[in-house]
Design a protein around this ligand. Sequence first.
Ligand SMILES: C[S@@+](CC[C@H](N)C(=O)[O-])C[C@H]1O[C@@H](n2cnc3c(N)ncnc32)[C@H](O)[C@@H]1O
Length: 224
Amino acid sequence: MAEDPDVVSRRIARESLDRDDPTGWFEQLYSAAADGAAVVPWDRGTAHPLLIEWIDEADPDGAGKTALVVGAGTGWDAERIVDCGYDTTAFDISPTAIATAHRNHPDSKAHYMTADLLAPPADWHRAFDLVVEIYTVQALPIPVQPAAIIQVTELVAPGGTLLVIAAARADDEADEAVEGPPWPLTRAAIDSFTTPDLHLIQLSRSPSPVDPTINRWRAEYLRD
Ligand SMILES: C[S@@+](CC[C@H](N)C(=O)[O-])C[C@H]1O[C@@H](n2cnc3c(N)ncnc32)[C@H](O)[C@@H]1O
């Protein structure tokens, strides 16, 4: 009998993390899912509800502006950003995720590409009017998160906006107590996206309608 796809997903992640390879499992997982042997647990087939909420509230006009979607997976969030008028780039470390995004959205105006947040292309430095980061940092082990957070912040152009959506963890919950992935972000981690010229201008913490025991941050930052 075929193995339960959920079990396969967890095993792929655990084996990669045990090899001290914090990002290798994403390609393995997307590739196994493309073959029907695993499921990608975060692949919702639609934009994240908190991204939709932010767009409804902020009503951003992306005409003449650029956007970057970090860890874009199979492209559902990027497509929503394209709909706001942004010239949108969306990247993921997994080539199979990007191939699936192309397949899901064959007529897309987004520029989908494979890239590593931990070593992004030099010409992305402070280049994007809007940067959208949803659930990528929390998918990385806690010791890797500070470097990933710095890289996210360095993608935001002067005058640009950063939107971060992440699962929330209490500040007093010890790192060692978290059995990731994912490794949800503390308020201190949310604050660590700020720099002298990148300010936290809006923050909400709300329970997931699907599982009210999970809280999610929606944080918006603005660069001077
Ligand atoms: C938990 S998933 C979230 C995907 C998507 N943002 C969403 O919310 O549905 C994390 C994504 O980040 C990608 N990822 C992980 N590490 C990355 C890195 N260093 N650079 C780029 N993408 C990365 C994974 O392949 C995966 O698609």
